[in-house]
Design a binder for this molecule. Structure first.
Ligand SMILES: Cc1cc2nc3c(=O)[nH]c(=O)nc-3n(C[C@H](O)[C@H](O)[C@H](O)COP(=O)(O)O)c2cc1C
Length: 200
């Protein structure tokens, strides 16, 4: 079974994380879930869902795959499995990723579990997907993105696309989540694919 690490940080766009989790739990996958303190507050502010009730909310929303398991990990708990390079997993995504978390990863600061896990991904050459959301971008932001890309991370900005004619906010959000799932190599049925019969 696949094992993925999902971190939610304090950038706007927590709905991306919720849609991603809703798709992930439909697959046989272990999800190690980390939510930063500001991430928790933004989930509540942007979606009305209590961050500590996120798993219960997901269970109400979607019918989990019988093998899907969510492992909640405290943001200050360095004793969880993904904090160690000896724990094998299939990739980590930080969605949404704040510029503060991006900057900390770019400079090697690892003083919370999100940062430690990201640092471990880079040192172990594991897949690390960062989904930043900020606008406009300063030179500092751009240089930090360059630095993490050079170190092996994939920068996949929360930039929805329109060519598949999304009708709802969820459709729009899914254009980003589908790309994240593709890079995690997790099956999904989000949106369509350009070139498929119905979209040409
Ligand atoms: C309402 C609100 C919206 C925010 N949106 C963003 C954002 O879109 N992008 C960003 O980089 N930071 C944003 N921030 C700032 C981050 O939350 C802040 O830098 C925080 O330290 C990030 O910490 P974390 O990455 O550990 O969650 C926002 C803060 C608030 C209160």
């Amino acid at each position: 079974m696949k094992k993925v690490v999902v971190a939610i940080c304090g950038a706007s766009g927590t709905v991306y994380a919720l849609r991603l989790l809703s798709a992930l739990v439909l697959q046989p996958v272990h999800i190690y879930l980390i939510v930063s303190d500001t991430g928790s507050r933004l989930i509540e502010m942007e979606t009305g869902i209590q961050a500590d009730g996120l798993i219960s909310w997901l269970r109400q929303e979607v019918h989990f795959h019988e093998k899907a398991v969510i492992h909640p990990c405290g943001v200050d708990d360095f004793f969880t499995p993904p904090a160690s390079g000896s724990f094998l997993h299939d990739g980590m995504v930080i969605v949404p990723c704040s510029m503060k978390t991006l900057a900390s990863i770019a400079s090697g600061v690892s003083d919370n579990l999100v940062l430690r896990c990201a640092d471990v991904c880079l040192k172990e050459r594991r897949k690390l997907i960062l989904v930043p959301r900020e606008t406009p971008l300063s030179l500092v932001h751009l240089e930090n993105m360059t630095a993490v890309s050079r170190a092996g991370a994939l920068v996949l900005p929360a930039m929805p696309s329109f060519y598949m004619k999304p009708r709802t906010i969820e459709d729009l959000v899914d254009t980003v989540c589908a790309r994240i799932l593709d890079h995690l190599q997790v099956d999904h049925s989000m949106g369509g694919r350009w070139g498929e019969e119905q979209n040409v």
